[in-house]
Design a protein around this ligand. Structure first.
Ligand code: AMP
Ligand code: ZN
Length: 486
């Protein structure tokens, strides 16, 4: 983080955003109403937030991370606004995919899910994603799930068919409000078993699956079995955050059926709508198609790191497009994101080293302050990250002109410092020029080697020059590339 802002004296150590004059109004697009709504937490100053987390059967891909980086952006933004956030993100550690993979590999389910949960946490750190307060695992909350089923059963919303328990959608009138789908047109989602012939209605979904050989199972009043996927999130969200909480997030593919079914279960059991604001991130695409495991058209974060890509550039790229717009991933786009971030860092280095001009410059100060205000307004307008970045770059342009002409006044410089620290706080990226670590250098060298293998010599030269600009000299030897600091 930036330090030495010199703000302590006049802010009393409060967050920089408090320096804004106008009172704030945060607005989010609520999937439930499809409208931009003012965000008012249930309890003033506090936000209870639940996010659907990863299915821990494999490494997460950067499509998953588009959603998770955005959730982190949301958390950081709310905190920056002075709100205290309780964030719960589940780990789906039992479902068809985790079971299948553990059987394929011949390892116990817990061993498999532990391995990929650990990998997930490592990736979060690489991407500067703040840890949630709680990461509940489905397998550790079967009791809460069964309690929920008992409530649903007492309200006549369940029925047994074969060896599984189902939700009777006919009994829950508000079904479909979230996804805005015509009830008759609703199809079961991909995650619902397709071989359920005995349902009263095709839309009914499984709550408790009868046990099958080779699958973990628990005793229950409905026979031995395991929870359905949707049930996990209903039980864990209400267990940790109460019957009604502020925000629920996920990727757009979860609206239906997952979140629709979550509402049916939670509200069916408690009689109260579980969530006030439903927020969903649009897909990360690749070649115009949704990035997904099943299509095989994905990069994991680790794939990109192996190619020598910079995780900060990945984070910047994922945040550069507002969350409700789809984002098409390309390596060129990633390159451009890295350059944009570098421009911010180059400016910061120049700005920090520059002398302050003695004379006051009220006009410049107000100009930068206006960008700072607009930066916040963009974020408050449904987290419009692109517009916020636009304001930052405008401010940088204005400040660069002033630096060319001799320097920024004390007041203008202070405005600029606050804006840079606001960017750091919300975007979760440092602006101070990074000291190039050995690992960074080696990653860039590997990226250059990759470019050469692909006969992209222009790119290989560009990387060599980039390293040279940072004082690193490369030497190609028969044993491989050697490097030294100039
Ligand atoms: P999963 O591990 O499949 O349960 O997914 C974890 C999260 O990633 C969910 O919130 C999904 O909605 C989200 N997700 C999956 N694919 C994409 C994608 N291509 N773009 C954005 N989010 C995605
Ligand atoms: Zn969920």
């Amino acid at each position: 983080m930036m330090d030495g802002l010199g703000l302590e004296a006049d802010t009393g150590g409060r967050r920089p955003s408090i320096l804004y004059e106008r009172t704030s109004m945060i607005r989010f697009t609520n999937t439930l109403t499809r409208r931009l709504e003012e965000f008012v937490p249930l309890k003033p100053g506090r936000v209870n937030l639940y996010s659907c987390g990863p299915t821990v059967y494999d490494y997460a891909h950067i499509g998953n991370f588009r959603t998770f980086v955005w959730v982190d952006f949301l958390v950081r933004f709310l905190q920056w606004e002075g709100l205290s956030v309780k964030h719960v993100m589940n780990l789906t550690d039992i479902d068809d995919k985790t079971i299948r993979r553990s059987n394929e590999e011949g390892v116990p389910l817990r061993e498999l899910t532990d391995r990929f949960a650990r990998a997930f946490f490592e990736d979060l750190e690489t991407l500067h994603i703040l840890p949630a307060d709680i990461y509940p695992r489905a397998t550790e909350h079967v009791e809460q799930m069964q309690d929920l089923l008992k409530s649903l059963e007492s309200r006549g919303l369940t029925y047994l068919s074969g060896d599984s328990l189902y939700y009777r959608i006919r009994g829950f009138l508000p079904y479909g409000l979230l996804s805005h789908l015509d009830k008759d047109g609703m199809k079961d989602g991909a995650r619902v078993e397709s071989d359920e012939y005995d349902k009263e209605s095709p839309r009914d979904f499984v709550l408790w699956k009868g046990s099958k050989p080779g699958e973990p199972s628990w005793n229950s009043p409905w026979g031995d079995g395991r929870p359905g996927w949707h049930l996990e999130c209903s039980a864990m969200s209400t267990h940790y955050l109460g019957d009604t909480f502020d925000i629920h997030t996920g990727g757009a593919d979860l609206v239906f059926p997952h979140h629709e079914n979550e509402i049916a279960q939670s509200q069916g059991a408690t009689g109260k709508p579980p969530v006030r604001y439903w927020l969903h991130a649009a897909f990360l695409l690749i070649n115009g198609e949704k990035m997904s495991k099943s299509k095989g058209n994905y990069y994991t974060l680790r794939d990109l790191l192996e190619r020598g890509e910079d995780p900060d550039a990945v984070r910047y790229l994922l945040l550069s497009v507002p969350y409700r717009k789809q984002l098409n991933f390309t390596l060129d786009g990633l390159e451009a994101a890295g350059s944009a971030l570098q421009r911010i860092r180059d400016f910061t280095a120049r700005f920090k080293d520059s002398p302050r001009s003695a004379s006051a410059n009220g006009e410049l100060r107000s100009a930068i302050q206006a960008h700072r205000t607009a930066f916040r307004a963009a974020l408050e307008d449904d987290l419009n990250s692109a517009n916020a970045l636009g304001e930052l770059f405008e401010a940088i342009r204005t400040a660069n002109v002033a630096l060319d002409a001799g320097g920024l006044s004390q007041g203008a410089a202070q405005e600029m410092e606050i804006l840079l620290s606001d960017f750091e706080a919300v975007f979760g990226l440092e602006t101070s020029p990074r000291v190039l670590l050995d690992a960074d250098i080696e990653a860039l060298i590997e990226k250059r080697q990759q470019a050469r293998r692909e006969k992209n010599f222009a790119e290989a030269d560009r990387i060599r020059d980039e390293l040279k600009g940072k004082g690193i000299i490369l030497e190609d030897t028969p044993q491989g590339v050697r490097w030294k600091r100039a």
